[in-house]
Ligand binder design. Structure first.
Ligand code: GRG
Length: 309
């Protein structure tokens, strides 16, 4: 399998889904809907929606051998993939606001509050978060929508994504952040949405079986997501310290300038590289327990390490 080609195939599908499902730019109020599209259609690696699609395909194949995706059984994972990207993009818009990270550049372009204004950015973020649940409601309720709503609400909520962000902001103001505190931040701010993307794909792949509750495969997907999320965050910290703004499409070196406690600051670059490798290896080991050994997901986890070579 050519991983780059597979990633490009998923990414192209996701772009189509985003264009299809997001409210048109001309929807009143235009400024808001333009800002929502500006943020979501402004590039990005599309990692999380890719995980939704790949996890869903895995189970669809198991139930119906051959190149038959979940869509063939009436369950299209694309709306859920778009919903997950909307939640992720909302978190980026809000993170960039002056009251949080105060950044001018995201995905190689001016941040939403720079391209529009602060109020529009705040509301575009709110609208994307709300829209994600609307899209899931329209596409999957009652079943497996019920599981998807719970999965996404938990990942995006006060104990996970928002909780991780709050502890991250508090940590910026204090000296001597400990390794367990940093792990809490990473597991929630970063890994929660990655875990949820995989579990959501899993629920969709299982289709109506989802009503019978989680099975071992969903547990494995969540565990893989936790490892992948940690690897992803460590790699992000390493890149912030070693790469440049043009390559990253966002301001490089910000963590060090802000005196922020990161994995790199706490453990150094070499140990961070080792931790990242260990975490992505652990994700690969989990993926390999899944139907057909999940070759795309395993390869995706391996590419994580390549970003820092
Ligand atoms: C505002 C509730 C709230 C949360 C913000 C996403 C986030 C939480 C903060 C952004 C800062 C950061 C370093 C978060 C860690 C996760 C991360 C690396 C996000 C960026 O994800 P990528 O690299 O972005 O997948 P693209 O643009 O490729 O989608």
């Amino acid at each position: 399998m050519n991983i780059s080609e597979e990633m490009a195939r998923y990414a192209a599908l996701i772009e189509v889904g985003i264009d299809r499902y997001l409210p048109p730019e001309g929807t009143r109020p235009e400024r808001l809907h333009k800002a929502m599209r500006y943020a979501v259609q402004g590039g990005g690696k599309r990692l999380r929606p890719m995980l939704v699609l790949a996890a869903a395909e895995l189970f669809a194949r198991r139930k119906q051998p051959g190149p038959v995706a979940a869509a063939a059984r009436g369950l299209d994972p694309l709306p859920a993939a778009v919903a997950v990207e909307c939640v992720h993009t909302y978190s980026l818009i809000h993170d960039d606001l002056p009251c949080m990270d105060d950044d001018d550049l995201r995905r190689g372009r001016p941040t939403v509050h720079r391209a529009f204004d602060e109020a529009t950015a705040l509301l575009a973020g709110d609208a994307l978060l709300t829209f994600a649940f609307e899209l899931i409601g329209h596409s999957y309720l009652p079943d497996p929508g019920h599981a998807l709503v719970l999965e996404l609400a938990d990942a995006a909520g006060s104990r996970r994504l928002i909780g991780g962000q709050v502890e991250d902001l508090l940590a910026e103001k204090k000296a001597g952040v400990s390794a367990p505190e940093l792990e809490f931040i990473h597991l929630n701010k970063t890994a929660a949405m990655i875990e949820a993307s995989l579990a959501i794909g899993g629920w969709i792949g299982r289709g109506t079986e989802a009503a019978s509750g989680p099975d071992e495969d969903i547990v494995i997907l969540r565990r893989a997501g936790r490892h992948l999320g940690l690897a992803f965050q460590i790699v992000d910290d390493i890149l912030d310290a070693t790469s440049d703004t043009a390559t990253l499409g966002k301001t490089a070196g910000k963590d060090a300038r802000a005196g922020k406690t990161t994995f790199v600051r706490l453990h150094g670059i070499e140990a961070s590289r080792r931790f990242a490798k260990r975490s992505s290896d652990a994700a690969v080991a989990e993926f390999e327990k899944l139907p057909g050994s999940a070759p795309f997901l395993a390869a995706l986890a391996r590419t994580m390490g390549r970003r820092i070579k």
